[in-house]
Design a protein around this ligand. Structure first.
Ligand SMILES: Cc1cc2nc3c(=O)[nH]c(=O)nc-3n(C[C@H](O)[C@H](O)[C@H](O)COP(=O)(O)OP(=O)(O)OC[C@H]3O[C@@H](n4cnc5c(N)ncnc54)[C@H](O)[C@@H]3O)c2cc1C
Length: 454
């Protein structure tokens, strides 16, 4: 049996791991057009900032492929697919036969046709090669000012990395708020303030009309739509991403926003699977298919796709949209649906002084979304509630109410279940005792001591 995986990142590696765990003797080949050992893409900005070294970006140990007996074709592009012949043609013209195929080609960046975008010094921000080129530009040209176009997740991360590398950074966003697809308006205002405190100049409601440059210098500046000229030695393009569908373009593989797969990650072509950023999967909060492009989803989907490829039928429960980022010493997390619709309920906790903002969105008795700025202490439980879509009425008020929301929420949640009921202890609690007494309020109250200062 030959498993071929196209894409050597979160998804591809997750799949290779679970295939190997399930099938010790199969041949597994990972094809990746990037030449590197698998690395953590979210660390690119921290690499530019000098916070991590190239080696520390590695997502798996150096001997990962050899220990699992995984063949690699790194630095090699898969050019085309023939699903009838079960073959992938590589950049060198050679064809690779597969029995089962996983397409894990991730995302590509999109950028409008702005004049001057071809100047040297104008970069995408997706791969380690982009990060190396940016570092080289900073070193060789002594670039002191960078302009980042687009203030979504990637643009914010680029601004953070470049600021960390010592540059003056101007972030230009066409829409009235930054991170507008991820955060609600108040959270976006906090995020903008955090960026500005970190030294980033943020311009919203502005666009770049032209990128200026010369043959010798490459990029020398940008002109905004209001005529303002900003001199700079480096520009990052970060106006959006889309599933990387190039490989499936002329194939019968069904595509909508991303590659369409069933709950086992199989496409409409038997034996051909897709997962991660390139695939459209069930979104548990939206209740429909969606592309939820993020690292943990990609890895989890890769693992489950791999199990299915290896013959262990495992249905995927679905994903939620999720973004979490550290920003100049603060944390920002958004999960699920953050803008309520009529009929939804909202719980808020906010301290302007401490730049703390927490918002939960409930639809009927389920938690469907959350935004957290600075205080993300409840994030684990919140994530569980959104992902599992458990009834959450019992914890609606507890989740944000105390400094130890985890315990408060669990008490509110489990008390009605265990009060007076003769339940066996869970094995994970390492005790065979039966739970015969009443819920121990005093003990739980002790755990929930409110140490909040405001
Ligand atoms: C700067 C940055 C910061 C981010 N920060 C976060 C974060 O904080 N948290 C978070 O959850 N997510 C973050 N993300 C998003 C996250 O990195 C992606 O969701 C994740 O990498 C998707 O994994 P994937 O394996 O599906 O695809 P990708 O990581 O995109 O990998 C796909 C791989 O396939 C290769 N490939 C494509 N086509 C071919 C072909 N034809 N032949 C061979 N190889 C091919 C690509 O070169 C690439 O190496 C960030 C992304 C970036 C760029």
């Amino acid at each position: 049996m030959h498993y071929v995986i196209i894409g050597n990142s979160a998804t591809g590696v997750g799949a290779a791991e679970s295939i190997r765990a399930a099938d010790k003797s199969a041949t597994i080949t990972i094809i990746g057009d990037e030449p590197h050992h698998v690395y953590s893409r979210p660390l690119i900005s921290h690499y530019i900032a000098g916070e991590v070294a190239a080696d520390e970006m590695r997502y798996r140990p150096a001997d990962f492929y050899t220990r699992r007996n995984i063949e690699t074709r790194l630095g090699t592009r898969a050019e085309s697919l023939d699903v009838d012949a079960h073959a992938v043609t590589l950049a060198d013209g050679k064809a690779l036969h597969y029995d089962k195929l996983l397409i894990a080609t991730g995302s590509i960046q999109k950028f409008p046709p702005v004049k001057g975008r071809e100047h040297p010094g104008v970069f995408d921000f997706w791969t380690r090669a982009h990060a190396e080129a940016i570092r080289e530009r900073i070193r060789a040209k002594s670039a002191r000012v960078a302009v980042v176009i687009g203030a979504g997740l990637v643009g914010i991360q680029a601004a953070y990395g470049l600021r960390g590398a010592g540059l003056n950074v101007v972030l230009v966003e066409l829409l009235p708020a930054i991170l507008s697809r991820i955060l609600d308006t108040p959270a976006a205002a906090y995020a903008q303030a955090i960026l500005e405190q970190g030294g980033v100049r943020v311009l919203t409601g502005r666009s770049v009309a032209e990128i200026l440059g010369t043959a010798d210098e490459g990029v020398t500046g940008v002109v905004l739509d209001n005529g303002e000229k900003i001199d700079c030695g480096l520009v990052v393009k970060a106006t959006g991403v889309a599933p990387n569908l190039a490989l499936v373009k002329d194939t019968p593989i069904r595509v909508n926003m991303g590659i369409v797969v069933n709950e086992y990650f199989e496409t409409n072509i038997p034996g051909v699977y897709a997962a991660g950023d390139v695939a459209e999967t069930y979104d548990v909060t939206r209740g429909k298919l969606f592309v939820n492009a993020n690292w943990p989803n990609a890895h989890a989907q890769g693992r489950i796709a791999g199990l299915n490829m290896a013959g262990h039928a495992t249905a995927y429960a679905g994903s939620i949209g999720m973004t979490s980022m550290p920003l100049f010493g603060k944390a920002i997390v958004a999960q699920g649906i953050v803008e309520p619709e009529p009929g939804d309920e909202v719980r808020l906790r906010e301290s302007r002084e401490n730049q703390i903002y927490q918002k939960l969105v409930f639809r009927r008795d389920r938690l469907i979304g959350a935004v957290m700025v600075s205080d993300v202490s409840a994030v684990g439980l919140v994530n569980h509630l959104i992902q599992a879509q458990k009834p959450a009425s019992a914890v609606k008020d507890a989740l944000l109410s105390l400094n130890a929301p985890y315990y408060a929420a669990r008490r509110a949640w489990f008390k009605p279940e265990v009060e007076g009921v003769n339940l066996p202890w869970r094995e994970s609690l390492s005790s065979p005792e039966r739970y015969e007494k009443h819920f121990d309020d005093a003990k739980w109250a002790e755990r929930e001591r409110d140490e909040r200062k405001w």
